[in-house]
Design a protein around this ligand. Structure first.
Ligand code: PLP
Length: 434
């Protein structure tokens, strides 16, 4: 159901400043949401073969209007409604009673968030730090290791600036050197990627820093194999999971990276400005915290790495609810769904004249990011037309020197109708121009 501007104004009015008393406000708000076709109620049990009806139920747990096709998960995701409600409740509870007791409740809930993160990634809470985002986690590694002259770091040229420019900037300051592994024109397969990084290692290499999924090509890297290859050579590994965590069913216990970073506000659909940083217990003695302060976490490395002073406790506590929501659907189910939406896009766009697919079409070589060049169309104009005329939100790669075009990033809140509508619109613009 489409939600009009008037409906949204009504919604906002219900949650407005006069409604500060928690219970009546939430009851009213829940009713207004239900009337608009949204729901924060627990989902029905995930069917063995989830159909479009089930995914439409999932869609109703997000506040986006139904006629908006949001295919931009790689940038920033909508927060799920159960997490929004928990955040709001947490905030109101504290603001109406700003006592140490209420704060203590929120701090305990922060530990639930840590436990659920550990469960989701099959590791221990002692290895989890609740950060602000992937950027912060990546920088905690490049700031915190004792590196100096004679040491080498191997990075991938396709990394995000927080895992690329961050290394070269700190190399200048601390005196280590950075070896940059180039971007290949196409995904070379598991062994191809392992060999590409292995070739760059020397006896001086101390760490390899890669992205699990590239935000520039969609390539899914064989992270487990690269971590194993690094470990055999006594090299540490940092995996940037910004484009994998929350959409792939991760098993860090089996991958065994030394460091793994992610953002709750991307694919996990959690509160904004919350993130996670995994530090394998094998490396806790090798890394120093970048920020020294108070209010650390309760267990393991979070006691020192999370002592960053006052934080937004209400949001950090609500990380748990976002994880519960995805967990109630099933992480493997979410991964299958997002991949099937992406594969459908790849297949259908592949039939259009002029489309050049930058993302490898083999389902084992990508996750849920699809990047392509739309013939001779100007990506910037196409992105604007899709947003303004079609209500389809995508990212343009118009400034990119290489692989220019459009990035589509579908997720579990998208319907097949969203992706079909997107393919239809692109087909029309390819035929008629923008
Ligand atoms: C691979 C990768 N790493 C890190 C980031 C930064 O994420 P954040 O802004 O949440 O720190 C992004 C953002 O798009 C990304 O694609």
């Amino acid at each position: 159901m489409a939600v009009s501007r008037r409906d949204f104004t009504r919604l906002l009015a219900v949650g407005g400043s006069s409604a500060f008393l928690a219970k009546p406000a939430f009851a009213q708000q829940a009713q207004a949401l239900e009337a608009l076709g949204f729901s924060a109620a627990p989902l029905p049990r995930t069917p063995t073969e989830p159909d479009e009806k089930f995914w439409s139920e999932v869609r109703s747990r997000f506040l986006m209007p139904r006629d908006l096709a949001f295919l931009n998960a790689a940038n920033l995701c909508p927060t799920s409604l159960p997490a929004i409600e928990t955040m709001e409740k947490n905030l109101r509870h504290y603001e109406v009673n700003p006592s140490p007791e209420v704060r203590a409740v929120l701090l305990r809930a922060r530990e639930d968030s840590r436990q659920l993160l550990a469960d989701a990634m099959r590791v221990t809470p002692e290895e989890i730090v609740l950060t602000r985002n992937t950027t912060e986690g990546n920088n905690f590694v490049s700031n915190g290791l004792a590196l100096g002259p004679g040491d080498e770091i191997v990075v991938w040229a396709d990394n995000h600036p927080s895992n690329l420019g961050a290394w070269t900037t700190k190399a200048k300051r601390f005196g280590f050197s950075v070896v940059t592994v180039p971007v290949l024109p196409t995904h070379p397969g598991t062994q191809g990627y392992v060999d590409l990084f292995a070739k760059a290692f020397t006896p001086r290499t101390k760490l390899v820093a890669i992205s699990h999924v590239s935000s520039n090509s969609g390539d899914l890297l064989p992270a487990k194999e690269i971590c194993a290859m690094a470990r055999e050579r006594g090299v540490l590994s940092l995996i940037d999971g910004a484009q994998a965590f929350g959409v792939m069913d991760l098993d860090l216990g089996s991958m065994q990276p030394d460091f793994y970073t992610g953002s709750m506000h991307k694919w996990p659909c959690g509160p904004k400005e919350t993130g996670m940083f995994y530090l394998n217990k094998a490396v806790h003695e090798k890394i120093h915290p970048s920020v020294i302060g108070v209010y650390g976490g309760a267990v393991g490395i979070s006691k020192t790495f999370e002592a960053e002073g006052q934080r937004d406790d209400a949001s950090i506590a609500a990380v748990a609810e976002a994880l519960r929501f995805q967990g109630s659907i099933g992480r493997a189910v979410i991964e299958t769904r997002a991949r099937s939406l992406a594969n459908h896009l790849i297949t259908e766009l592949g039939t259009l004249n002029g489309v050049k697919m930058w993302t490898h079409t083999d389902p084992d070589r990508h996750a849920a990011i699809v990047i392509f060049q739309p013939g001779s169309l100007d990506p910037r104009k196409l992105v604007a037309a899709l947003a303004e005329k079609e209500k389809i939100v995508v990212t343009g790669r118009s400034n990119a020197q290489d692989r220019p075009g459009i990035r589509l990033a579908p997720h579990f809140y998208n319907t097949m109708a969203d992706v079909d509508r997107t393919v239809g619109a692109i087909k029309r613009y390819l035929a008629n121009g923008v």
